[in-house]
Design a protein around this ligand. Structure first.
Ligand code: F3S
Length: 281
């Protein structure tokens, strides 16, 4: 049996960096350590960190209640008010915001201070969007659907600056920008979409097209894993979805020549390696 593992399987660069940052702080012996929100949507990782003494803060109130320790900001980033609060409380801040998200913070801060109206294309409830809003010196407008873009009206004649949530779908982003364009506002558009998800999907499609069987690893509630499974299934009918190495049915894979492996965005490298090793032994 031969195995081909997708290079883009699992954590994207920003999430890997954030998770590594937490483990580094643990190694350094910094105590107590908190992450502002779970560092990643993977229970195994969060629990492992918990056992090493890392606690998750679930709200601003919980942060307010701290008197000492290190607070780690996850890859989604947070608004300026959270940094200010950490500083006011005299806590140590370790910033693991993804550099691509940080770049959006700097853009909206600069452009809103220059008097522009910031438009964020994304999901208003998503923590990343919350964080971006928190860097605008005047209230930002969040647009997610074509209807919202159609209904959007500028009350003052100021130029617009349009940015996007990093994980927003590019086609939908373009559609919304087109609707805004019809209104003929003075605007600048900064495409801040990160292509990590698209790259993972494209590579999964390519590998699934070359192999005899494909394994997709990921959490049961992970929508991006589900999407990867569908993509692979379209290319290779022997596609199997598993959560960990324990779900692997080697019986059905025995007679297969080449096996491909990919994994959703919140699957740790360790799980991917375990599956790979199991297939090879
Ligand atoms: Fe990941 Fe950063 Fe892109 S967190 S999805 S690499 S914006």
């Amino acid at each position: 049996m031969q195995v081909k593992v997708a290079k883009s399987a699992g954590f994207c660069f920003g999430v890997q960096r954030a998770v590594d940052t937490v483990y580094e702080q643990v190694e350094k012996g910094m105590r107590p350590i908190y992450t502002y929100g779970p560092i990643i949507h993977n229970e195994v990782v969060v629990q492992d960190l918990e056992e090493k003494g890392v606690q998750v803060l679930n709200s601003q109130e919980e942060l307010e209640g701290l008197t000492e320790g290190t607070v780690i900001i996850r890859s989604h980033g947070v608004g300026k008010e959270i940094y200010d609060l950490i500083q006011r409380k005299g806590l140590h801040c370790v910033d693991a915001t993804c550099p691509f998200v940080k770049k959006i913070h700097r853009t909206v801060e600069r452009e809103s201070q220059a008097g522009k109206q910031i438009i964020i294309i994304g999901n208003d409830k998503h923590p990343e969007v919350e964080g971006i809003k928190g860097w605008c010196s005047t209230p930002a407008v969040v647009l997610e659907s074509p209807e919202q873009a159609e209904n959007f009206k500028m009350l003052k004649a100021v130029p617009l600056c349009v940015v996007s949530q990093t994980t927003f779908n590019y086609k939908k982003f373009q559609d919304l920008v087109e609707i805004l364009d019809k209104k003929r506002y003075d605007r600048s558009v900064v495409n801040t979409i990160c292509n990590a998800t698209e790259e993972r999907q494209a590579e999964a499609r390519q590998i699934a097209g070359e192999v005899d069987a494909m394994i997709v690893i990921g959490g049961s509630h992970s929508s991006n894993t589900q999407k990867l499974f569908e993509i692979c299934r379209n290319e290779c009918k022997n596609t199997y979805y598993i959560q960990t190495v324990h779900d692997l049915n080697l019986g059905v894979l025995r007679s297969t020549g080449l096996i491909g492996i990919t994994a959703g965005a919140s699957t740790p490298k360790k799980i991917i390696e375990e599956v790979q090793t199991r297939c090879l032994n």
